[in-house]
Design a protein around this ligand. Structure first.
Ligand SMILES: Nc1ncnc2c1ncn2[C@@H]1O[C@H](COP(=O)(O)OP(=O)(O)O)[C@@H](O)[C@H]1O
Ligand SMILES: [Mg+2]
Length: 296
């Protein structure tokens, strides 16, 4: 079995609201990402996906749990300091609107190679321009885009640039937080294809966050389902789609449109009331590598 790159154990986060009240966004979430795999994290809006991504990227300090990345304890300030450069360069985040948050006053060539400039990484290609050209090509952007500014490009082109920028550091872990949610459906398919192609080529591990089960089915090898901050099920993708065990997973699957019009007309939407989640539970292995939350 491939080495575990990221080990998330009992990750918990509570946001302070007002006074003494808190909101539990993550509650004891445990999963692992193996080297070179595409792991999907799905759940409805508000289920805690982005909070998990921000904790893993050290953008947010979780209330509890453990995060081990390449054996480094991400919550231990001493270990983080000792591995600062490795942590900053080998983990990269792409988010839903990373395309629109690119600096509008920088050219695409500058944007794509900026992380290398910041970390003083020399391009093996000899010049930053050659580096930008190569990176642009690898994400399907024509070299003529490189002298243009983000507002002159389409949403899909901007997201491609954001991906090229993340990849110029040759990350080992790429986290993509709903990277296609704000794009047109036809462009979504192109970007998903691109992720697949780039993963095969570069071999990074990808944490792919989505609320859309069909994208996960197509792209990921394993998937975890989040429901109101709890991981309710985790399994290899074919197993989860054939044999969903948790009602929350079944509800998410029932909302995926079917290509056959007759079956689509007969499709029944399943609902899951998150208030019925047990207050305490543990993941148990229902079949090899298929885990489901069971009430204690
Ligand atoms: N900065 C914040 N302060 C307070 N509550 C927050 C904050 N960010 C997110 N939340 C809440 O935490 C829960 C999980 O949010 P989030 O991780 O963004 O979910 P997702 O990415 O799955 O939509 C939601 O109920 C959300 O309203
Ligand atoms: Mg989110």
């Amino acid at each position: 079995m491939p080495e575990i790159l990221l080990d998330v154990r009992s990750l918990t986060h509570r946001y302070a609201i007002t006074g003494k009240s808190t909101l539990t966004a993550l509650d004891g979430v445990t999963f692992q990402i193996r080297r070179g795999e595409i792991f999907g994290l799905v759940g409805q809006s508000g289920s805690g996906k982005s909070t998990a991504a921000r904790c893993i990227m050290n953008l947010l300090r979780p209330t509890g749990g453990k995060l081990l990345y390449k054996g480094v304890d991400l919550l231990d300030p001493k270990q983080r300091r000792a591995n600062r450069k490795m942590l900053q360069t080998t983990r990269q985040l792409i988010f839903q609107d990373s395309g629109s948050s690119l600096n509008p006053r920088m050219t695409l060539a500058e944007i794509i190679t900026e992380p290398m400039a910041i970390h003083r990484v020399k391009s093996p290609r000899g010049s930053m321009r050659a580096e930008a050209e190569l990176r642009a090509k690898s994400v399907g952007l024509s070299p003529s885009c490189l002298d243009r500014f983000p507002p002159e490009l389409s949403g899909g082109q901007r997201q491609r640039a954001a991906i090229a920028r993340a990849l110029c550091m040759e990350p080992e872990l790429l986290i993509a937080d709903e990277p296609v949610a704000s794009l047109d459906v036809s462009v979504q398919a192109q970007i998903l294809n691109l992720f697949r192609h780039l993963q095969e080529r570069h071999g990074f591990s990808l944490l792919f966050i989505a609320h859309d089960m069909s994208a996960v089915r197509w792209l990921c090898s394993r998937v975890g389902v989040l429901c109101r901050g709890r991981l309710v099920e985790a399994a290899p993708v074919p197993e989860l789609f054939e044999n969903p065990l948790h009602p929350c997973t079944r509800a998410l699957l029932s909302s995926v449109p079917l290509p056959d019009p007759r079956r689509e007309r007969e499709r029944q939407l399943e609902h899951f009331d998150a208030d019925t989640l047990p207050s305490a539970g543990t993941l148990y292995e229902a079949s090899p590598d298929h885990f489901v939350l069971k009430e204690d």
